[in-house]
Design a binder for this molecule. Structure first.
Ligand code: FAD
Length: 494
């Protein structure tokens, strides 16, 4: 283990992950560190990570990023949720929004009240009790004082990397252009000592952050850390992406449309739309996937469709020796719930919390790895839920997903909800109760029972309680401006 003080941090790779790491380290710890980033102009970034979740606010607040400035610089739009179309069944849809469900009581969440109301014919869809859900459908938005957790963004990944690069360089990060050819290890410790570029230049460091994407040049190719394959649960292994001209007045949510052997995304930016088809190559060829995507887009294409290959799973350790994997080098779950950038930011913030200024301690490494593992495990279960809990049996892909064995942890959550309507968020888990409830109901799990405490209310009281919450949601959202008027005003006042 490297007990040397850490003075020089070298970031390998300048995609979203690399520049997020560089901006955060340079701005927040840079006074006492030398931070450099190596990227190769000849190796393109993946560049399709364009939908985010509300936790991005935490990262932006840490870096002091102004929302209007950021949105104008990245052609961003607001995102209040994801609409899942054809996932439960063909021609069926539901929204997973970022809001919180109406209030329940100490013993039982709101879903229990809604479930009894449903039995009695007193309620409408669960989304009518979540402001952001209704706002998705009505195309409304407002920046809510003290509630800024409830919206995210669609952004241009390339522009976002440039935006972060400016911050990193302003705070002293040194950018080195060149292709890393050799990773040199210290013969005694096995730690990485330097990276040698094709030009012959050598960059030495004390701590290395591997942001080289799926190549995982340091963490895997040099350190042979190992990868845990999750493709038996998450069988999609390819994506084809293309950009199209913008649609006027885009919706404030990502569209996720289930297709024969995967699903299609539509991500509206201010100036264009990002489209992609995630698919399983066992059932669909690249050419068939390209044709299927091009047959289902709106507007003019702005570039040639590009195919990206990947394997779902996680690196066995995200921190190994003096190398920390951030970004796709640490593994990849699925773009379905837009958790990529969130996981990058979690790793970066975690590294800063445990920054080994005086040398690397094994306890820090172990803690970092345990926390990273917990993050990806919980997200993995949530994503598998979407594929597995379906009525679809119309294609071999959906039959596989419906019948595949699932992790015990997920099976338990589904049983608990199906039996009694209960959902519990784990302490540090990303997706909370409202997310699990929206997706489990949306995918067709209807609990058999509600909590008996609901029967303490008379039917009249229950009806009034449910009506009040729904009316409040409606009133609140009716006061919010049209989302596109809001964005035009917000970004133009920059
Ligand atoms: P990359 O973009 O691959 O960057 C790698 C960098 O390493 C590049 O700068 C490259 O030049 C450099 N590099 C590699 N090898 C060398 C070398 N030998 N020498 C020098 N430099 C080198 N995330 C979300 O949050 N939301 C989404 O909606 C979303 N959608 C996704 C859809 C798909 C299909 C995929 C695959 C991923 C998606 N992600 C999403 C995940 C993620 O946000 C992006 O993939 C991310 O932008 C790219 O991650 P990265 O920076 O780790 O890697």
């Amino acid at each position: 283990m490297n007990k040397k003080p850490i003075k020089r941090v070298v970031i390998a790779g300048g995609g979203t992950a690399g520049w997020m790491a560089a901006a955060a380290l340079a701005k927040l710890l840079g006074k006492n560190l030398s931070v450099s980033l190596i990227e190769s102009d000849d190796i393109p970034t993946v560049g399709v990570g364009e939908a985010t979740i509300p936790t991005l606010h935490i990262f932006h607040r840490l870096l002091g990023i102004n929302e209007q400035e950021f949105m104008a610089a990245t052609n961003a739009t607001f995102k209040l949720g994801i609409k899942f179309e054809n996932w439960k069944a063909q021609n069926d849809d539901y929204i997973h929004s970022f809001g919180f469900l109406g209030q329940g009581c100490w013993a039982a969440g709101f879903q229990h009240f809604w479930l009894k109301g449903k039995e009695k014919g007193m309620v409408t869809q669960i989304g009518d009790y979540v402001p952001e859900h209704l706002a998705c459908r009505e195309g409304r938005f407002a920046v809510l004082a003290n509630q800024e957790q409830n919206h995210a963004y669609h952004l241009d990944a390339g522009l976002y990397a440039q935006f972060l690069r400016k911050i990193a360089e302003q705070h002293g990060c040194k950018r080195v252009e060149g292709k890393i050819q050799t990773v040199t290890l210290n013969e005694d410790s096995g730690d990485i000592s330097s990276l040698t570029l094709a030009s012959g230049e050598t960059v030495e460091g004390d701590l290395f952050i591997d942001c080289t994407g799926f190549r995982a040049l340091l963490i895997e190719q040099a350190l042979h850390t190992g990868f845990e394959d999750w493709s038996h649960w998450l069988p999609c292994d390819s994506a084809v992406a293309v950009q199209t001209t913008a649609k006027p007045n885009p919706v404030p949510y990502t569209r996720s449309i289930a297709r024969d052997a995967g699903w299609q995304w539509r991500i509206p930016l201010q100036n264009r739309t990002g489209n992609g088809l995630v698919f399983c190559s066992k059932y669909v060829s690249d050419e068939q996937a390209k044709a299927a995507l091009l047959a289902n887009i709106e507007g003019e294409t702005l570039n040639e469709p590009r195919v990206i290959k990947y394997k779902t799973g996680t690196r066995r350790k995200h921190w190994n020796k003096n190398c920390i994997a951030v970004g796709l080098s640490s593994g990849f779950i699925e773009p379905l719930e837009s958790t990529g950038i969130h996981l990058f930011q979690r790793a970066i913030v975690r590294l800063m919390l445990m920054f080994p200024s005086n040398g690397i301690e094994q306890a820090d490494v172990d803690e970092f790895n345990a926390q990273s593992r917990a993050d990806v495990e919980d997200i993995k279960d949530f994503i598998i839920l979407h594929y597995h809990q379906t009525e679809r049996t119309d294609t071999p892909f959906w039959r596989y997903c419906k019948n595949m064995p699932i992790p015990d942890t997920l099976a338990h959550r589904m049983d608990l909800f199906a039996g009694t309507g209960k959902v519990f968020k784990k302490a540090e888990e990303l997706f909370g109760e409202t997310s699990w409830i929206q997706v489990m109901l949306g995918q067709g799990i209807m609990p058999k029972q509600y909590h008996p405490i609901v029967d303490m209310m008379s039917d009249d009281e229950l009806q009034r309680f449910l009506n009040n919450i729904k009316a409040n949601v409606k009133r609140k959202v009716a006061n919010w401006p049209d989302v596109n008027d809001f964005i035009r005003h917000y970004c133009q006042s920059q």
